[in-house]
Ligand binder design. Structure first.
Ligand code: 5RP
Length: 224
């Protein structure tokens, strides 16, 4: 199976976790695009969605799936999103699509975070994929200098302004052995809006598409 077929498989596999009457948090990216296609088949059974990007909102609306503004909800049962990398403790690198800040906000509101990925995203140590950091534009040089002090090589992502009007620095050369510590350190730098390291709010369930079929992993299994 191709990577795209694996992404489609996990997108459809996530459907069985959606309870009737629920509001569903929606991530961003090509894998999530397949999940949205699947969700469209049960759109009359859910209350609506909360979207993490203009891109996902546009697709949801084009399929007549209701999109609710994040501040209008008090709680959220479930958030479905993909990742650029995920480790066995369910820590993730996200933000390859530039929507990391809204993704983190919605994931923090959600009771359950389901991460859907093809097998290439499942890694031993996070960091081969450059770590995205959303930054206020006037702080970019300062933040870049601070990221270098943490051992990274930041590169300004060209031709991208986030939905919040900010820029992204992609940080290369990191081997992330303590994700919570690094997430906290980067979030403390003035001018950083969000780092795409999801360790304080890791996933609860991972649905992984492999050549041998779909594998489901629960965080509680690894925390035993
Ligand atoms: C977007 C993300 C995506 O989940 C991540 O980039 C994976 O994308 P894709 O499903 O296209 O491989 O974090 O900000």
């Amino acid at each position: 199976m191709t990577q795209d077929e694996l992404k489609k498989d996990v997108g459809w596999a996530a459907l069985k976790y959606i309870k009737p009457g629920s509001i569903v948090g929606i991530g961003t990216g090509s894998t999530i695009s397949y999940f949205i296609d699947a969700l469209a088949t049960i759109k009359n059974r859910i209350k609506g969605t909360v979207s993490s990007s203009n891109r996902s909102s546009e697709k949801l609306k084009s399929l007549n799936i209701s999109v609710i503004y994040c501040n209008e909800i008090d709680s959220l049962d479930i958030y479905v999103d993909s990742a650029d990398e995920i480790d066995k403790y369910m820590n993730m690198i996200k933000g390859g699509g530039g929507a990391l800040t809204q993704e983190k906000i919605i994931s923090c509101i959600a009771e359950t975070f389901i991460c859907i990925v093809d097998q290439s995203k499942f890694v031993k140590v996070l960091g081969k994929f450059p770590l995205p950091v959303e930054v206020i534009p006037m702080a970019s040089n300062y933040v870049a200098r601070e990221l270098i002090k943490l051992g990274g090589i930041p590169k300004h992502r060209k031709n991208l302004i986030t939905d919040n009007g900010n820029i992204i620095l992609d940080v290369h050369n990191l081997s992330i052995t303590n994700p919570v510590e690094l997430e906290n350190s980067i979030n403390k730098i003035a001018g950083v809006v969000t780092v795409g390291l999801f360790a304080n709010r890791s996933a609860d369930i991972a649905i992984i598409g492999t050549q041998k079929g779909i594998k489901i992993k629960h965080k509680s299994y690894f925390l035993k």
